[in-house]
Design a protein around this ligand. Structure first.
Ligand code: HEC
Ligand code: HEC
Ligand code: HEC
Length: 450
């Protein structure tokens, strides 16, 4: 080898070693030592109770419990554009759960998405929000989980293709998208607003559903709360691009999030019903704080939006002439509940006020028409029958197109026939996973899903 060739070879070797070391530093995380599962009575009861409320705000039960399965035992398939990821068993069972995890290991999982063994976790587990959770709140969550019933339930294998099935690849994702700037309070805002910001951006991870994602599945920060997708539902825009015909206020948000209903906005359904079910069981001051913060996010609506629904009523005649089939289905099957001023549980809101109809995405309306709104045992909660059996695809399509023309001043949807077919297919899954508008009168965090 000549001298210059030796120098070049030397430089190449140094660069390679540096690159490998850098990659190793990015990817490699140490394992935390196992501990003997702590006895439940070693945890302070007040801390456990606090952890319970925080877990409800964080929706841990919704992702970590399968219908018909045991609480927090995991195994729920979470569909992503890259394949299916199964949630983990987070009961304190020593072999298949987190019984041998120290509090430090748990906190690292919440903050950095790394499991006890040092492997990277998929961001389907919304740790990109949980980075904001305080030490104190992580401690309470740990105390709550470690005092649950241990359940033996081995992990289910994820269904991902190469390279997404390689956990080290997640390290690259984190480098690009995971921010560790834990939430800073804004001294110019009230304590309530700041509490709301801490919860919404952190534990409650509202943006995980309501913010659109980029091609690599990360939330697009430039479009925060501009509307996202979750299981064949559209999580509506909540910022100034909201399509709600009646603008949201802090009071309306509070009622919707806490009681699951507001006369100007109707009721929460699908994945949002589970969020509301959990929020109905936590201190109302926290729900109020979330509402106050979110009212700021939705900002001041454009002047022409208010009253859009009422204005749309004037379009009744033209819409009916253009789509007689849709108009007669609406008159026969829907108007008796939605235009009669009937009280709950059967009185639905005037559809001119429904975001489902003014939204650019018809999926939620198709889901609601086919599946209805299920009653909650022992409560005067809203009830609407599903029309999946009594209406064929053609009729449902005519109805949806009619509702759009009659009750909104937005342009017609395209491809509604396909949306209806997809909703019918997804309905089977939806009925298996959705607990209805409110989970149950009993404490949703203490119950196995029925
Ligand atoms: C949107 C669904 C979702 C929510 C909400 C969610 N998780 Fe998870 N979680 C997952 C998935 C999926 C995994 C598995 C990730 C993987 O295998 O890489 C996971 C993994 C975990 C792990 C790692 C367990 C292990 O054995 O590696 C912990 C701990 C955890 N979650 C705790 C929580 C807590 C506490 C909450 C509530 C504050 C919560 N999760 C909310 C979906 C969720
Ligand atoms: C698991 C996904 C998910 C999470 C997490 C979530 N949402 Fe939603 N949200 C949805 C979906 C889906 C809808 C549409 C439901 C419907 O059509 O009834 C919705 C609807 C809403 C609406 C009604 C908007 C309108 O114009 O009608 C509000 C308000 C709302 N969500 C606020 C929140 C807040 C605040 C949080 C956090 C505390 C949150 N959401 C967390 C999925 C989610
Ligand atoms: C037995 C009474 C009843 C019938 C019949 C009925 N609904 Fe409903 N509907 C309700 C109730 C109650 C709700 C929940 C409260 C609310 O959100 O309006 C609801 C909710 C809705 C919503 C969600 C509104 C929102 O944004 O909150 C839509 C859209 C809807 N219904 C459409 C229809 C259509 C279309 C038909 C006819 C095919 C129909 N409903 C038939 C009672 C009924």
């Amino acid at each position: 080898m000549t001298r210059s060739a030796r120098i070049i070879a030397g430089i190449v070797a140094v660069v390679l070693i540096a690159a490998v070391a850098a990659a190793f530093a990015i990817v490699w995380r140490p394992a935390f030592a196992t501990i003997d599962p702590p006895a439940p009575q070693t945890f302070d009861a007040a801390l456990v109770k606090k952890g319970r409320d925080l877990a409800a705000i964080g929706n841990c039960n919704d992702c970590h419990t399968v219908r018909g399965g045991r609480n927090f035992a995991g195994g729920l398939p979470v569909p992503t554009p890259f394949g299916t990821i199964f949630s983990s068993n987070i009961t304190p069972e020593p072999e298949t759960g987190i019984g041998r995890w120290s509090e430090a290991a748990f906190q690292r999982a919440m903050r950095s998405g790394v499991n006890r063994e040092g492997q990277h976790l998929y961001p389907t587990f919304p740790y990109d929000h949980f980075t904001n959770v305080s030490d104190e709140d992580d401690r309470a969550l740990y105390a709550f989980l470690m005092t649950r019933q241990p359940v033996r339930a081995p992990a289910r294998e994820n269904q991902l293709s190469f390279p997404f099935n390689q956990r080290f690849a997640i390290a690259g994702w984190k480098l690009l998208f995971l921010r560790h700037d834990t939430h800073q309070p804004d001294p110019k805002q009230s304590a309530e607003w700041n509490r709301g910001a801490y919860l919404v951006e952190g534990l409650a991870h509202c943006g995980a559903c309501h913010t659109p994602r980029n091609a690599l599945g990360a939330e697009r920060n430039s479009a925060q709360f501009a509307g996202g997708d979750v299981d064949n539902w559209h999580a509506y825009a909540l910022n100034d691009q909201s399509h709600s015909p009646v603008p949201w206020t802090a009071d309306a948000l509070f009622a919707y999030l806490r009681d699951g209903f507001h006369p100007d906005h109707g009721t929460a359904r699908g994945p949002m019903a589970e969020v509301v079910s959990n929020l109905s069981s936590v201190p109302s001051s926290d729900v109020r704080a979330i509402a106050v913060y979110m009212a700021g996010v939705s900002g001041t609506p454009a002047a022409d939006r208010k009253g859009q629904g009422e204005m749309a009523l004037a379009q009744g005649k033209t819409a009916a002439q253009a789509n007689a089939a849709g108009a007669s289905i609406y008159a026969a099957a829907c108007a008796s509940c939605h235009e009669s001023g009937r009280p709950l549980p059967y009185g639905g809101i005037n559809l001119g006020r429904s975001t489902a109809i003014s939204s650019p995405d018809p999926r939620n309306l198709a889901n609601i028409v086919l599946s209805g709104v299920r009653a909650v045992e022992g409560e005067r909660s809203p009830i609407m029958p599903g029309f999946a059996v009594s209406m064929n695809d053609e009729q449902a399509t005519a109805l949806l197109n009619y509702l759009r023309a009659r009750f909104s001043n937005q342009p017609a949807w395209t491809g509604v026939d396909k949306t209806v077919q997809d909703a019918r297919r997804a309905q089977t899954v939806f009925l298996q996973t959705s607990p209805g508008p409110r989970n149950a009168p009993a404490d949703p965090m203490q119950r196995d899903k029925p």
